[in-house]
Write a protein that binds this ligand. Structure first.
Ligand code: FES
Ligand SMILES: [Fe+2]
Length: 382
């Protein structure tokens, strides 16, 4: 199945990672490093991370495909900011506070998209257009001098680029990377034209960084995933680089990487899985013919909601295609993420909480974790 479209090509940076995977530069230095376990357990540390990362950086909410149709609305509460996403009749996206400007009532409850002509408050029926403007006030003669133009819904800075939706509910974050280099990579992967096959929120009893850690090393793939996806991958053949504070990696799958034309995107993706670890807390995994996006939403030092989105090239055209995607979803979301990666993060949270392991030890294949934690530490120190 063509997943990339005829006009899609890997970016220069994606090609460069493929070339590095093809010719790994000799044996890895046997470097190890250590991280203090308190970073996963300490509530004060968690509060500092919230302030320095989640309240300061653009937050990835999900794929554009989660709200594709004009004239629709959905809510997003996972980051502790009650957000209302509105897709207007022209397909433009606005993100607003989900609070009525009259007396503050929550306006909409819609974790899944709903079609709406306008937003009507359930309390006194003030109504807002899909551009957030206040358009109707019942008995408006009882509000003499009301300046409707200044009473639209509170706007939240946001960006939509490369098939992803970003917001900055707590700050005036800079979206330059989201709209620049990241969007270029994700457009190359075809994200902007993909269809949302499924989404599910996992409630994981682990610190958010323990979940990120599972996507920052390939050491575990042949072990933890021995009975699920290990057979698809080579052991620890990867190359990575940085995109600003974000990390990008190519992970070699079983197959003849050496013979692949690097401009043949579909062939390249059959032998390389591209992954992105996006600060503060999202992971994108580009499998050969579909993409999983994981959005981590920390709730407490030891609890994280993880929303998994699976994107496919187009809606299934037959029962066979639907069954194919259902199997992929069950394998990745149910088994690999749910029963393996997230379960491992929960196991580490419990083990570290015993106090028996004051420092964790990272081997040469796990230095991506050290790099990620250095970026987190730098953000806290800034
Ligand atoms: S609180 Fe919304 S109309 Fe009164
Ligand atoms: Fe894994």
């Amino acid at each position: 199945m063509d997943t990339c479209g005829p006009s899609r090509r890997p970016t220069v940076a994606q090609r460069a990672l493929a070339e590095r995977c093809r010719a790994p530069a000799g044996p890895r230095p046997a470097a190890t490093s250590r991280l203090d376990s308190a970073r996963y357990l300490c509530p004060e540390r968690f509060a500092r991370e919230r302030a320095a990362l989640f309240e300061a950086l653009p937050l990835l909410l999900g794929p554009s495909a989660m709200l594709p149709a004009p004239g629709t609305a959905m809510t997003h509460d996972g980051f502790g900011a009650d957000l209302l996403l509105l897709r207007d009749r022209d397909g433009g996206l606005g993100i607003f506070r989900n609070a009525c400007r009259h007396r503050g009532a929550r306006l909409v409850d819609a974790p899944e998209p709903v079609a709406l002509a306008r937003i009507v408050c359930p309390y006194h029926a003030w109504a807002y257009g899909l551009d957030g403007a206040l358009v109707a006030v019942p008995r408006d003669e009882t509000f003499p001098g009301l300046d409707r133009a200044s009473m639209g819904l509170g706007r939240v800075p946001h960006a939509e680029a490369g098939g992803l939706i970003w917001a900055a509910p707590f700050s005036t974050a800079d979206f330059a990377l989201s709209e620049g280099a990241l969007a270029e990579d994700f457009t190359a992967l075809g994200l902007d034209a993909m269809h949302l096959h499924a989404r599910r929120t996992h409630d994981v009893a682990a610190n958010w960084k323990l979940i990120m850690d599972a996507f920052l090393e390939s050491y575990h793939v042949q072990r933890l995933h021995a009975n699920s996806i290990a057979r698809f991958f080579r052991d620890g053949v990867t190359a990575g680089d940085m995109l600003g504070p974000h990390m990008r990696a190519a992970v070699a799958r079983v197959g003849a990487l050496e013979d692949v034309d690097l401009d043949d995107w579909a062939a390249l993706r059959r032998v390389l899985t591209f992954t992105y670890q996006l600060l503060p807390a999202a992971v994108l995994v580009a499998s050969p013919d579909y993409v999983n996006l994981l959005v981590l939403m920390p709730q407490a030092v030891g609890r994280t909601l993880v929303e998994d989105f699976m994107l496919i090239p187009r809606p299934p055209a037959s029962a066979d295609e639907a069954a194919h995607w259902a199997r992929s979803w069950a394998l990745l979301d149910g088994r690999v993420f749910g029963e393996e990666d997230f379960a491992a993060a929960e196991a580490c949270q419990r083990g570290l909480a015993t106090g028996a392991v004051p420092e964790i030890l990272l081997g040469a294949l796990e230095q991506g974790i050290a790099q990620f934690h250095a970026a987190v530490d730098a953000a806290i120190a800034a």
